[in-house]
Design a protein around this ligand. Structure first.
Ligand code: MSP
Length: 512
């Protein structure tokens, strides 16, 4: 039976087009979703855009645009990002969609019925960049340290959510589920915040001042606070509040994967909101780090913001996907620079996987009439390495979002295969008439390549599929095996025709 696996990204603010930090998050989600599909789970992968709130409204106004049209245009850029980066999301939710608005209002009503929403007058400091109230002690020189802007003082009568009421249930949740927030360092950060005590939080704004938001049920003068609205996307996409809540039953609770700066909304506010609406807390909040460019935070003022759509016009998509996943560890920050990209491309792809594939296929063409040769003597050392060491380590790292380390395992095997060729020198064996040894070796190497293709598939699906085709294999068959079978050494069908055309990764100076 296929196990349901629901995975989401954060939904990006539709106040600007995507940058490569957004692309990184899409990729983390994509690779996890593809891996889960590969091992036979029934995956639902969601992404989308967060379109209400002051930030989007203000940017639209500053640019002299109608906010609805403006948000649609920006949302379209994120959908384009998903398409062009070959992101396998099953759904894309926009918070301006009717299905979301209905869900958010039902959610609000349910929380109100739980006695968790009340009205009070309030004065606070609001940072539009963060889209949240911040306190004096958060400020550095009177400014928000993340957005380097002075917050505005807001005095309003707002609705509040009784977050304080969930202090104990959340403490219990954190105690019962030490992996509720992943990785551990992010869990500890949240546990410390929790220990400081939770305060009730404003969850609406006066409509007169902020007309761009979802109406609060039963009060036409107020709209929902953008975070309260946005978090609900994870269940509105499952049909929460609609006639058909089948997907909720199947897929909730799911894993919400987000960047480190919005961890607290997801790990503290969101589970409390869910409890208030009688839904389970998320299965996990998986928190990734940030991507910098040439060692610096991306920012408009520095002028180092990289547009992911432009990046894949400059470099091949599959190589970019590889670079991001190999270079930026999930549990830490990581950096992009052209130098690092070219270095990785040359070492790992052109000289690594690309060259190994080419070497193997060229030798099969030359010594075995271009077909997969038969095998007589099995090389147990190679099989043991692959099935007892490489595969188990690969699986363990993939499960932990450590795609960089999973790829490292595949590359260990690539290096091993390269070394084997150098040690065994099939060209000398062929000269000496040792045909059996040559075909044994090349059969093993073809099978080794098939395994490497499976392992790189979540990160470089097109490359993996090309390798299968080159080996005369059916992509669908190769990818549809259960995990236990994926890891098995099999004898390839002897006589499969090899297709050597097209180099996988031509050297940069040859092509780009
Ligand atoms: N709209 C909110 C999220 C609401 S989720 C219910 C938001 N949007 S955002 O556009 O600012 O960020 C969207 C995601 O992109 C976040 O998870 C954020 O951490 C991630 N990233 C933004 N910049 C990033 C980098 N430079 N590097 C990696 N991820 C980054 O927050």
């Amino acid at each position: 039976m296929k196990k349901p696996f629901y995975i989401t990204t954060a939904i990006a603010y539709a106040n600007a087009g995507p940058h490569i930090g957004h692309a990184l998050e899409f990729l983390y989600g994509d690779v996890m979703a593809r891996y889960q599909r590969l091992i036979g789970n029934e995956v639902l992968f969601l992404t989308g855009t967060d379109e209400h709130g002051q930030k989007v409204l203000k940017t639209a106004k500053d640019q002299g645009k109608d906010v609805e049209i403006f948000a649609s245009e920006k949302s379209a850029l994120f959908q384009k990002l998903a398409d062009e980066w070959n992101i396998s999301n099953d759904d894309f939710i926009r918070t301006t969609e009717e299905r979301h608005i209905v869900a958010a209002q039902k959610f609000w009503t349910t929380a109100a019925e739980s006695g968790d929403i009340y009205k009070k007058s309030y004065t606070g400091l609001y940072c539009i960049g963060c889209e949240r109230f911040i306190t004096e002690k958060d400020l550095v020189d009177g400014k928000c340290p993340d957005h380097l802007k002075e917050p505005e003082t807001v005095t309003e009568e707002n609705y509040f959510f009784r977050l304080s009421r969930y202090q104990e249930p959340l403490e219990f949740l954190f105690k019962e589920r030490p992996d509720f927030v992943y990785p551990k360092s992010r869990y500890n950060e949240m546990l410390n915040l929790l220990k400081d005590g939770l305060e009730d939080i404003s969850i609406s704004r006066v409509k007169e001042k902020l007309p761009w938001g979802i109406a609060v049920p039963g009060d036409e003068n107020q709209v929902m606070y953008v975070w309260f609205d946005a978090l609900i996307n994870y269940v509105s996409a499952l049909g929460y509040g609609s006639e058909n809540e089948e997907k909720i039953t199947t897929f909730w609770p799911g894993i919400n994967m987000v960047g480190k700066e919005i961890n607290r909304f997801h790990s503290l506010l969101w589970p409390a909101m869910l409890m208030s609406a009688h839904l389970d807390p998320p299965a996990q909040i998986a928190v990734h780090g940030w991507m910098t460019v040439n060692g610096q935070k991306m920012s408009k003022s520095i002028g180092n913001v990289i547009d992911p759509l432009e990046l894949v016009e400059k470099y091949p998509l599959e190589a970019v996907r590889y670079f991001f996943m190999r270079e930026i560890p999930f549990d830490n920050d990581g950096d992009f620079s052209d130098e690092k990209f070219v270095e990785r491309y040359t070492a790992d792809l052109a000289n690594g996987l690309g060259n190994l594939t080419n070497r193997i296929l060229t030798m099969i063409e030359k010594y075995c009439d271009n077909v997969v040769p038969e095998v007589v003597t099995i090389d147990n050392a190679m099989i043991d390495l692959l099935t007892q060491k490489i595969w188990p380590a690969y699986v363990e790292e993939m499960e932990k979002w450590r795609f960089d380390l999973a790829l490292e395992q595949a590359w260990k095997f690539i290096t091993y295969c390269d070394q084997l060729i150098s040690d065994k020198k099939p060209w000398e064996l062929a000269k000496a008439g040792e045909d059996k040894k040559v075909s044994d070796l090349l059969h093993h190497l073809a099978e080794a390549l098939r395994h490497v293709a499976i392992m790189v598939w979540p990160v470089m699906p097109e490359t993996a599929e090309k390798i299968f085709t080159k080996l005369g294999l059916d992509v669908a068959v190769e990818l549809s095996k259960p995990l236990a079978d994926l890891q098995q050494w099999v004898e390839l069908t002897v006589g499969n025709k090899i297709d050597k055309a097209d180099q996988l990764f031509p050297r940069m100076d040859e092509k780009v």
